[in-house]
Design a protein around this ligand. Sequence first.
Ligand code: GLA
Length: 400
Amino acid sequence: MPARVLAAVLASLAVPAMGVANASEPTAPPAVPPVPSNGLAATPPMGWNSWNHFAGRITGADVRAMADAMVANGMREAGYIYVNIDDTWEGDRNAAGEIQTNDKFGDMKALADYVHSRGLKLGIYSSPGAKTCAGYAGSHGHEEQDARQFAAWGVDYLKYDYCGARDIYPVTQRNQEMLFRKMGAALLKAGRPVVYSLSQSGEFDIWHWGPQTGANLWRTTPDISDDWGSMIQRGFRQLELSTWSGPGHWSDPDMLEIGNGAMSTDEYRTQMSLWSMLPAPLLAGNDLRTMVAATREILLNREVIAVDQDPAGYPARRLERQGDVEVLVRDMSDGSVVVGFFNRGEGATVRLPWSKLGTRFGKAVEARDLWQHAAIDTRSPFVTTLPRHGTTLVRVTPHG
Ligand code: GLA
């Protein structure tokens, strides 16, 4: 076959590949200047998100029920404020290009009003792609229109998932950065305070350039699952990135799996402890209507939440490793430190002289076990026995 004919045949068979621009689209989105900070999320956001438990089954009625549950079970009072709808709420666009909800959701303004009437805030989800990860309508080409629509509905939080943009533009840092900036600028222009959360898998070291997109948090890993290995790997990964995370701009190792059923109570306590030590956003991902007491105690542990929400937002660091037990420490704004003993193996007993925490801790100290809610006798070195995959958290205050 002559080369010319072969080329024509191949061209007629060609389909756009993932990550390759369509002929009708430019290969790169226009440049957008850095987006200033919106001043939100001084501490890591706290709330609930629909994806981990409901995935595509979430409905507007479920979201109302979660808001009711968060009021009734004390989560709202403990600081869980955002009720976040993840993917699959989207319908088609109308003739004016305005995004509609699908039948599972109906009137989004009414839903936002309902959530606000419960003293909570509403979150929503979209993508810079034409399609979201689950194949619903994304914001591509409608960024400002969607930002205005979200503001008009009363949305307070946006999770913006790169996903479908992979089908439009080559996947480069520049393209991701410009598309995320585009929505960041659109949200500011729309004028409503909206926490801006980026979702991809930590590609191109997003923690280096996330702040210039105007975002308040960005995912640093692929999706979490309700599994010990998945959870612990994501949590410990953040330690290497800690210098990039702080007030207004947080690394996000993904949502909580606490209460979803496939991990043990000790493992769920470990997720709560580790996310609070890092610190990371606390977005519950379980069905809040059917929480067992152990789940409630974990999510509502005020002493641990106070660690996560410490206003200084200092990061945790690794003090040492004793066998399978990782010892992390984190400075608190009041001069105390929190020490986390994370057992990544089978049952273990570990010991720590208080002076190991620094010269300030060489004399008398006061210490409190944040899971036992009890004072610790500090006259001798600290000793704790940890179950398999268990955690002990201790807050230590020096005297004099
Ligand atoms: C991606 C995100 C998830 C979730 C789904 C929804 O996988 O990482 O957190 O939002 O999309 O489709």
